[in-house]
Design a protein around this ligand. Structure first.
Ligand code: PRP
Length: 209
């Protein structure tokens, strides 16, 4: 739908495309709160900071499934475009779940899929789509920290600092996320909406009271 609307658009930038798209929001979506362009800009900023810190060296981006699949891919490509960044960038993934199909975190983090390679002696950056109460990242930093990596940092696209229940240090932050239940760009509600190219607010009547 977005493609066909864009192709009908004679001229104009992203704002025009978003306005057109907003008229055709998927069912359950109230509004777009962070555009694809704003997300891309934040990811390029994070990539520049990571490139500086690992210049000339090696780094493994460990994406946290499933939410961080898009940010991990886009961050890796943005990193490749920064001149004088790391010379060896590798990808791995880890799967955890704390929300299940609910919109509220249980606080109990479960490992559902481990990394495919050993982390010992490697420079690791955990890549997350969002940090909310912080339990997930806290768990991952402790777990991967126990595997004797050469270094361990965390990169998070969307931060909800006002929701933190545990103290977690995040090295690279993309954007502060509004205090809404957001979906899109990897974030789901009951496994839906992950593939939206923007961050959107769900209509309140979609969520249980
Ligand atoms: C989401 C998100 C983070 C975590 C952050 O994952 O992707 O991993 O919650 O929340 P926290 O800071 O409150 O712990 P979720 O458990 O929903 O799994 P998913 O990535 O598969 O959607």
């Amino acid at each position: 739908m977005l493609t066909s609307l864009r192709s009908k658009r004679p001229q104009g930038g992203e704002a025009a495309a978003i306005t057109l798209h907003a008229l055709n929001l998927p069912p359950g979506i109230e509004e777009i709160i962070i555009t694809p362009g704003e997300l891309a800009k934040a990811i390029r900023r994070m990539a520049r900071a990571i490139a500086r810190d690992y210049a000339g060296g090696q780094v493994v981006l460990v994406g946290v499934l499933k939410g961080a699949v898009f940010v991990t891919a886009d961050l890796a490509r943005a990193l490749a475009e920064v001149p004088d960044g790391p010379t060896d960038v590798q990808l791995d993934f880890i799967g955890v779940s704390s929300y299940g199909n609910s919109h509220r975190s249980s606080g109990e983090v479960r490992l559902v899929q481990d990394t495919s390679h050993a982390m010992e002696g490697r420079h690791i950056v955990i890549v997350e789509d969002i940090i909310d109460n912080g339990h997930t990242l806290h768990y991952l930093l402790a777990m991967l920290g126990n595997r004797k990596p050469a270094s361990l940092r965390a990169a998070v696209l969307l931060d909800k600092p006002y929701r933190r229940a545990v103290d977690v240090h995040v090295d690279y932050i993309g954007l502060t996320c509004p205090d809404e239940f957001v979906v899109g760009y990897g974030l789901d509600y009951q496994e839906r909406y992950r593939t939206l190219p923007y961050l959107a607010k769900l209509r309140p009547d979609v969520l249980p009271a």
